[in-house]
Write a protein that binds this ligand. Structure first.
Ligand code: DGJ
Length: 378
């Protein structure tokens, strides 16, 4: 009898009975919690691929790299190993001990390559470097080849900046401001003080996402200027560089964790505030064009979670990472993917997937569900 029970347990584990329950660990097909945080999901061929930060049980630095999992049903995830490994070469941009965050992989049909962009912090420099990095692969499961890391849009002004705005920004001097958040500091910041400070070396890029529009054009959206302002930048056709065209979203708004989707002709951008690993209230923006103007709206989250009674005011304890459509033809629901960070044990941070619904006027709303019941499909 005992053997029969053990056999049945092993059988169910091996065929992958791992219903994803929000607020609990999500096991892969080998029974381990999915160690892919801050990442994204794409569909290629007959499989979905989930990329994310492979985080250590203790500590905050990257010791392994970016992990990739595959699935045919968005429910049972097979660990396909490390898509992009840290380097063992001292001084390398992605030397073991650097920080790789928020990797986003996209497929480029023109070059037939998988392109990964991620937020990179250099080893031993905390969050100072504020760079974006590029890697590329012929296969969805890698190995990805590291290309380079960089600050962004050096020597370029936002394309919609007027001559008057440029002149005003050029008169600012960030080195003078020791005290932040004073009215005078805010006024200088609004003139473009950090834009000007970083003009020569390139703009900072931390939390980020990549968005492929319906016409195939790719955009990088990132927290810049000391996390005060988001930048939307156009990528080149091969997705491996910036064209130099960019603009700002919500200057001074302190938005992190940008997630974007397009529905009924509107671009919806859902972000978090900046409170480190601790949850905060989400924000939303809507625009008819990727280049704005963006209208600021309240958080789309409503109600209470079944996880530690976090309310919508704290985004149910989570921070967004990506929004994907459960059907590749775009006719399914959009799913908001988030991380419930566990800074004591980052690898154990929980995954939270919530379907996006709409109010009668078309505004997105996100409520807690115990199980997202994702319906995979072509
Ligand atoms: C919040 C960001 O969204 C995370 O990706 C990470 O950078 C933490 N801050 C670090 O405190």
């Amino acid at each position: 009898m005992k053997h029969a029970i053990l056999f049945a347990m092993a059988f169910f584990l091996s065929i992958g009975i791992h219903a994803q329950k929000n607020g609990e660990l999500w096991l892969d097909t080998s029974g381990k919690h999915i160690n892919a945080h801050g990442g994204n999901i794409i569909k290629y061929g007959d499989k979905y691929y989930w990329y994310g930060e492979n985080r250590p049980y203790r500590g905050f630095t990257t010791e392994v790299g970016v992990e990739v999992y595959s699935s045919t049903n968005l429910q049972d995830w097979k660990d396909e190993g490390v898509a992009l490994s840290v380097s063992e070469t001292p001084g390398h941009d992605i030397e073991r001990g650097c920080i790789m965050e928020r990797p986003k992989v996209v497929y480029n049909p023109k070059t037939q390559k998988f392109v990964m962009l991620f937020h990179l912090e250099l080893k031993g420099r905390g969050y100072d470097a504020a760079r974006v990095a590029f890697a590329e692969s012929d296969s969805p499961v890698g190995p990805f080849r590291f290309i380079r890391s960089t600050r962004i849009n050096a020597d370029k002004w936002p394309f919609d900046f007027t001559k008057k705005q440029i002149k005003a920004a050029q008169k600012t001097d960030a080195s003078k401001w020791k005290e932040w958040w004073t009215p005078a500091w805010r006024a200088e910041t609004e003139k473009g003080m950090y834009l000007w400070r970083d003009m020569a070396g390139g703009q900072m890029s931390r939390d980020m996402t990549v968005y492929i529009d319906t016409d195939g054009k790719a955009y990088h959206i990132t927290s810049s200027q000391e996390n005060l302002t988001l930048l939307v930048s156009e990528l080149t056709d091969d997705f491996l560089d910036f064209t130099g065209k960019y603009n700002m979203v919500a200057p001074g708004g302190q938005n992190e964790a940008p997630c974007i989707f397009k529905h009924d002709g509107n671009y919806w951008l859902i972000c978090s505030g900046c409170t480190g690993w601790a949850p905060n209230e989400a924000r939303m923006f809507v625009s008819k064009s990727i280049w704005g103007p963006w209208k600021s709206l309240p958080s789309p989250f409503e109600g209470t979670s079944n996880y530690q009674n976090f309310t919508a005011k704290k985004t149910f304890g989570a921070q967004g990472t990506y929004i994907f459509n459960e059907r590749t033809d775009g006719t399914g629901r959009f799913i908001f993917m988030a991380d419930i960070w566990n800074p004591q044990h980052l690898s154990q941070s929980l995954h939270l997937w919530l379907p996006i619904d709409y109010k009668a006027d078309g505004t997105p709303v996100i409520r807690w569900v115990d199980n997202p019941e994702v319906k995979a499909g072509l």
